[in-house]
Design a protein around this ligand. Structure first.
Ligand code: LFR
Length: 491
């Protein structure tokens, strides 16, 4: 029996068909599409209806292959949402988390409610685009949508609702809002009232692995397909990616590498203390009530942006071309802190990198090779810093790092990460979110007892590439410089 996993990323979406044959997982990509945010006036939105159209295209592709999946599930990036009115219609177009509407709002809400208060109640890292600040920003703008809204649904909740007609919130994504209390296991009344948002919009929170409805009859008729159960998996893509880490031991470190780099470890309980607050760690909910103690690192976004910029100027380079040019450029000429706020929003990325270098008294990168080298070396160095912090806040020592996600196709980055952390990197799977999505559907169907059985089967089914550390002296030296430049000190 086949099942379908939809994995929507910030720049593309894919649909994978998964099969379990004996104790091996087989996956086949049956549909891939670009996800193009749309700027209207000053605001950046997700194109929800286009995404729903692509969800339906995936169903049609499966049908044309003669496949009738026994279930399907959707995961996507976190924090973003749509509001549904009394009549059941989507109100407006969801904002993109990189839109500027939250500018300055996090600081204002922290001032009013207290940073510690928010962290104590949620364990979630402070990112300017968290749902709590997006809703507060809409309140500040007196958005008319807030007057009409009756329900709050996150991106996968929303697509699930379009497919099934049933509204539920899902746990892994709910925690990313910074409005969910993990210990009380419910939406946080005090934070919601603190930002003036009604509790009544927020629904029942489903655990990953729950049945969340069946394709509604109008969709079945329109597409000419049979009923398919829809499962709520870890609908936050990072939750699904970590579910697919082929770790065999309970203590492991991971780096989910794509537009974002998410680095951390898995814990049985949220770790909410002075250290996790100071270093801005998060405790996002996962499969089987696990938590991801991790930090967001800006990731390959910076490189994707400069590449788009060059393309607009008429010079297109593929990622492999850029990586090749980076290899030819001189080493460690200039370093940036990828997590500087300068790099969060779209536009002018090369100028901003140069601005960062100018402000920190470093040579300015010029050629595509130099710019790419600066970004990739800086990422690898930031990974070391965050891995050291993860060891500190979790009280564990890791003997290597699991890298998963599309970013592992960048073999230079994998090798430089191993060099930088001076430990082996185990790279795979690249389609981690989709595979984690499939794995949780199989748990829901009783095919796997739990996430650990799923991880064993994933480890047996995919090839993991090992990168051994090299050039330790040069990287050690660069790490010292990087911490000076980025002003990253551990107190
Ligand atoms: C990765 C991710 C991160 C989240 C960011 C914004 O795709 O889901 O985990 O912090 O996107 O939602």
């Amino acid at each position: 029996m086949s099942i379908l996993a939809y994995d929507l990323g910030a720049s593309s979406g894919r649909v994978l068909l998964g099969r379990l044959t004996g104790s091996r997982i087989e996956v086949e990509e049956i549909h891939r599409f670009s996800n193009d945010p749309v700027k209207v006036g000053e605001r950046l939105h997700w194109d929800m209806l286009r995404l729903y159209h692509e969800v339906q295209q995936g169903l049609l592709k499966a049908k044309h292959m003669g496949v009738n999946p026994s279930s399907l599930a959707i995961d996507s990036w976190a924090v973003d949402f749509g509001l549904i009115g009394e009549t059941g219609e989507l109100l407006g177009n969801p904002y993109h988390y990189r839109d500027w509407h939250t500018h300055g709002v996090m600081e204002e809400v922290q001032e009013r409610l207290g940073k510690e208060f928010i962290f104590q109640r949620t364990g979630i890292q402070f990112l300017t685009f968290n749902t709590i600040y997006q809703l507060a920003a809409m309140r500040n703008m007196s958005s008319p949508l807030l007057e009409q809204a009756a329900h709050f649904l996150m991106i996968p909740d929303l697509l699930r609702y379009f497919l099934t007609g049933e509204m539920y919130n899902e746990f892994s994504n709910a925690t990313s809002t910074q409005l969910y209390h993990p210990l009380q296991q419910d939406w946080d009344d005090e934070l919601l009232s603190g930002i003036g948002i009604p509790r009544s919009w927020f629904g029942k929170v489903l655990e990953p692995g729950s049945v969340a409805g069946t394709i509604r009859s109008s969709v079945m008729t329109d597409l000419g397909i049979e009923a398919i159960p829809v499962i709520a998996v870890a609908e936050h893509d990072t939750g699904s990616a970590v579910a697919a880490v082929p770790a065999l031991e309970r203590s492991f470190a991971y780096l989910s590498c794509g537009t974002w780099s998410l680095m951390g470890t898995e814990t049985a309980q949220p770790v909410i203390n002075d250290d996790t607050l100071r270093y801005n760690f998060t405790n996002e909910g996962g499969v089987g009530r696990t938590y991801r103690l991790l930090k967001n690192i800006m990731g390959l976004w910076i490189l994707q942006e400069v590449r788009r910029e060059w393309e607009r100027q008429g010079s297109s380079y593929s990622f492999p071309e850029l990586v090749h040019m980076a290899e030819q450029a001189p080493a460690f000429t200039c370093l940036i802190d990828p997590d500087d706020e300068l790099f969060l929003h779209a536009g002018d990325m090369k100028t901003r990198i140069r601005q960062y270098c100018r402000n920190t008294g470093q040579p300015l990168p010029e050629t595509p090779g130099e710019v790419t080298r600066c970004i990739l070396e800086s990422l690898a160095l930031k990974y070391r810093y965050v891995l050291e912090l993860t060891e500190r806040v979790s009280g564990q020592q890791f003997n290597g790092l699991h890298m998963v996600g599309g970013g592992i196709q960048n073999r230079l980055l994998c090798q430089w990460t191993a060099n930088s952390i001076q430990k082996p990197v185990w790279a795979g799977p690249a389609e981690a979110s989709a595979i984690g999505n499939l794995a949780v559907q199989w748990i829901a169907q009783g095919k796997f007892a739990d996430i650990w059985e799923a991880r064993r089967v994933i480890a047996d089914s995919i090839a993991v590439e090992v990168y051994e550390p090299a050039d330790s002296e040069a990287w050690e030296d660069a790490y010292g410089r990087f911490r000076q430049v980025a002003r990253l000190f551990v107190h």
